[in-house]
Design a protein around this ligand. Structure first.
Ligand code: ATP
Length: 256
């Protein structure tokens, strides 16, 4: 794989918080037009990795690139290229309506008002939010708030998506709808998607590859079929069998 094919590339990426090493020498690659699911136990470092790629945290060592742009050297180019939906949404304004919130974030992305309207309404429709467009953010349910974070991440049509537990609060029907959407965004539109999740059903449904983080280290990355075959892991669904195997035996992994 040459680096021009990569939407995301991390090499030796590390991040410490005081004495705690949240990420240690992570090498991760996500091909353009593919979905990689990032899985790992609580505190494994998934959100830290996402935040570094979203330019919200700086690396302690190593490099992280988005479409070839280094997050430390070219943060503006990275920000323009990514849509980030965090696991916990705290940046919306409770007193503003759904549309007013989106308009605010669209202006930060340099979108014109006309473009904003044309792009936001179909997205709100997709996420079942069109009838709530005039509702204040504070009045939305937690699933609606999470859906709005996804709408915001897609609004400026970025080529790279960083989605941290995107369907955690969604009803099963909406979650399936989002999975269909993500597959289309990657495989038809060619977007690069890194998806952090605890839902192994989500991994089976949308991911081309899975990457397992354990205590800040990337223990394995690849397609579930290839990983099962290479490491003699049996069981279904394959992502669950791999997760069990490598979380119990992280040292058996071979660097991807
Ligand atoms: P979860 O699945 O529970 O959301 P995660 O895999 O996303 O976890 P992170 O949130 O990236 O894990 O945290 C990785 C490690 O870094 C944890 O040990 C966490 O306590 C620590 N950590 C994260 N942010 C900070 C911070 N701002 N200050 C100190 N430690 C932090």
């Amino acid at each position: 794989m040459c680096s021009g094919d990569l939407g995301i590339e991390c090499l030796g990426l590390s991040r410490s918080f005081g004495p705690r090493e949240a990420l240690a020498e992570v090498d991760l690659r996500v091909r353009r037009g593919s979905v990689v699911a990032l899985v790992g136990s609580n505190g494994a470092g998934k959100t830290t990795l996402m935040k570094i790629l979203a330019t919200l945290l700086t690396p302690s060592a190593g490099t992280a690139k988005v479409l070839g742009h280094d997050v430390s050297k070219a943060p503006m180019e990275c920000r323009r290229s990514i849509g980030y939906a965090p696991a916990e949404e705290r940046s919306f304004h409770g007193r503003l309506t759904v549309l007013q919130n989106l308009e605010f974030f669209a202006s930060l992305q340099g979108m014109r008002r006309t473009g904003f309207r044309a792009q936001s309404m179909p997205l709100l429709e997709t996420f079942g939010l069109s009838q709530h467009a005039e509702k204040r953010f504070a009045e939305l349910s937690s699933g609606m708030k999470q859906s709005l974070a996804m709408v915001r991440s897609l609004l400026h049509d970025p080529p790279v998506l960083l989605l941290d537990e995107p369907t955690r609060s969604l009803s099963p029907d909406l979650a399936h709808h989002v999975w269909d959407l993500l597959r289309g965004l990657a495989h038809v539109q060619g977007k690069t998607i890194l998806l952090a999740t605890h839902n192994l059903g989500e991994v089976e449904a949308v991911a081309d590859e899975m990457a397992i983080l354990h205590q800040g280290r990337l223990v394995i990355q690849g397609t579930a079929d290839h990983l099962c075959q290479t490491h003699g892991v049996e069981g279904t669904p394959k992502s669950a069998a791999l997760f069990r195997h490598f979380i119990r035996n992280p040292r058996q992994a071979v660097a991807p």
